[in-house]
Design a protein around this ligand. Sequence first.
Ligand SMILES: Cc1cc2nc3c(=O)[nH]c(=O)nc-3n(C[C@H](O)[C@H](O)[C@H](O)COP(=O)(O)O)c2cc1C
Length: 166
Amino acid sequence: MKTLVAFYSSSGTTRKVGLAIAAALNADVEDIQEVNPRRIDIRSRMSPGQLWKVMRGGGEAGLGRVAGIVPSQYNPADYDLVVVGTPIWNSGLTPPARAYLVRHMGQFKSVAFFCTSSAPTPRQRWRDQMEKVCGRAPRASASFQMDQVDAGTVDVQVKEFVARLT
Ligand SMILES: Cc1cc2nc3c(=O)[nH]c(=O)nc-3n(C[C@H](O)[C@H](O)[C@H](O)COP(=O)(O)O)c2cc1C
C-alpha cells in the first residue's frame, strides 16, 4: 500500500507524530508549509505579539478560513492512503490543514486523520470538519496530546493507530 503522510505543524508537535506514523508505514511525507509561516508555541511565555498570533490563528480557525500554502510536493492521487494531521486550533482544524484538504479535494482515494492538542478532544469536531472538507470518511482517526508527545510516551498510541490503517 502506497501511503502519504501530510501534516501541518506550527511548533513541531504534529510533525513529531506525523514523522513517527510515516516511519511506521514507510510513507512519503508532505510537510504542509504556509506561504507566510507563523510559528506559534503555546509552551513559551506569551509576549503580546505571540498572544495576538494565538488569537488571530484561533479566530481564523473558528471562521473556517484557509491559509495560503506552498505547492504540494506529492500528488495525493498517486497514493492508496493519505494520512492527514493537524494541530487543534479553537477546537477545530487549522487554516493550513484545511487549505491542503481543499486544494486536493477529489484526489484522495482513502484518508485517515490525526490531530494534536493541549487538552483532550472528546467532541471530535476536528474529525468531522476534516471529513466534510475533503468529502471522505476516514479509515481511522486518532488524537494525541501535546504533553504526551513532548514526554515521548505516544509510541503505543502511534502503533495502535498504524495497525488500524494496514
Ligand atoms: C491558535 C491556537 C489555538 C489553539 N487552540 C486549542 C484548542 O482549542 N484546544 C486545545 O486543546 N489546544 C489548542 N491549542 C494547542 C495546540 O493544539 C497544541 O499545542 C498542538 O499540539 C500544537 O501543534 P504543533 O506543535 O504541531 O503546532 C491551540 C494552539 C494555538 C496556537
